[in-house]
Write a protein that binds this ligand. Sequence first.
Ligand SMILES: Nc1ccn([C@@H]2O[C@H](COP(=O)(O)OP(=O)(O)OP(=O)(O)O)[C@@H](O)[C@H]2O)c(=O)n1
Ligand SMILES: [Ca+2]
Length: 495
Amino acid sequence: MSAQREMKEKNPWPVTIIIIVIGVIVIVALVTVAVLQNMPLSQKYKYGIVLDAGSSHTALYIYEWPAEKDNNTGRVQQTHVCKVQGPGISSYASEPWKAGESLMACMQEAQQRVPGKRHLETPLYLGATAGMRLLNMENSSASDAVFRAVERSLHTFPFNFQGARILSGQEEGAFGWVTVNYLADRLEQGLETTGALDLGGASTQISFVSSNYDGSESPSNSVTFRLYGNNYNLYTNSFLCYGKDQAMKLLLAQQTLLAPKTIVDPCFHPGYSEAVSYSGLYDSPCVSNRKPQGAPEAFNHTGSGNFLQCQDVVKSIFNFTYCKYSHCSFNGVFQPLLQGHFGAFSAYYFVMDFLNLTDTSIPLTKVKEVISSYCATPWDEVKRQHPGVKVKYLAEYCFAGAYILTLLTEGYNFTSDSYTQIEFIKKIKGSDAGWTLGYMLNLTNMIPAEAPDSPPLPYAGYVSFVTVMAVLLFVLVIVSTRRFWLRCSKRPQIV
Ligand SMILES: Nc1ccn([C@@H]2O[C@H](COP(=O)(O)OP(=O)(O)OP(=O)(O)O)[C@@H](O)[C@H]2O)c(=O)n1
Ligand SMILES: [Ca+2]
């Protein structure tokens, strides 16, 4: 009996096995709890909706971001875009209710796309740009009526509607810059920023950071931001009437002064011929003061497809003669020296993409040759070659190509070297380049002024650290237990 007890007391294994089992259970429990407790929550998303009420069209964008990273560095991305059928809301000045009506289909789509339980908290914004700026200048009660109609429609949806308003040109430029740099991760990482070039239908914006610009020379062109702990002094300018459609009106108005009945336009294809009404041409404040006295009802707009002559006429809509600052772009507007990389979007992209000229390593001389050859192509042949493209766009790509080149090189002073720093873009990482994302990020305070604190270890590092430490601790306990038992078993037994 006493010999059996002795044997049991000298054999350490049963106790060691129990300790190992308990130890393994403790480690597994410890690591599991630590990992689960600190694991990013299962992906729940929040949403935001922005309606871009541009001069030529309206588009609805839905953005989403991980719910738990609300006020942090969580990636906000575009999940859906809906193109509103019909023209921009400013075109409904004479029947404002139609402006509200036009948004219904895209809004219904948004209602389907955003999960029902998020509807009430989802902010909805409508921002109008140059088309409404012009309508407001021309007839403010008509622009108010359009806004009332649009607001009435938007209020019928269950979202958190934050209002409809006209953005200033400065906001439009600055938020386009924020969008481009946010999407390319340049702000969070404090990298050198990319400039933004936006060509709309009625206005065009240029925004960039230049190290020789502190904002003092022309304060109205300066916007300052503090984002993720960095200060930015942004130069931005919006040229009202220098969007693609209004610039074309300036060009036509210029030419009708010389030939009021038939203009032979070098920026349109040979064989092109359209009747244009004077009232349609002069319906915008960009040109209304130039309407010739006793103009006929309509004029005949024909094309000759001559790129060099087209460039000359295009140049005539810019004023390069006066500048009260150290440097100017055009029309006496201050512009610091260009610096860095630029993203060019909206009509810059549509036009250059159509002309197969988005590659900016193509030398400017070659770019001119390509546009020149497109302009010289007879109109019938152009239509035959591009049956799927809207005829209005097709007719205007010759003018638009010449206009973009003139705006960039003569207007903003891009050289054959700095032209290569431009990238014609539509989307960045799946989200459209444009002012809407920057606008929403700003209004929802989603870009912090200071860089957020981050945990000392990334999640994977944290998990590895906890596991290694727990295993080490376990090995230590086992080794100590075995040593203890071995020592006990070697001690002389008192019988
Ligand atoms: N495939 C396309 C699509 C659009 N356009 C033209 O691109 C111009 C600008 O379009 P957009 O950037 O959508 O202008 P808006 O936002 O409507 O105008 P704004 O920003 O001035 O208010 C318009 O003249 C339109 O005719 C084009 O040439 N080819
Ligand atoms: Ca626009």
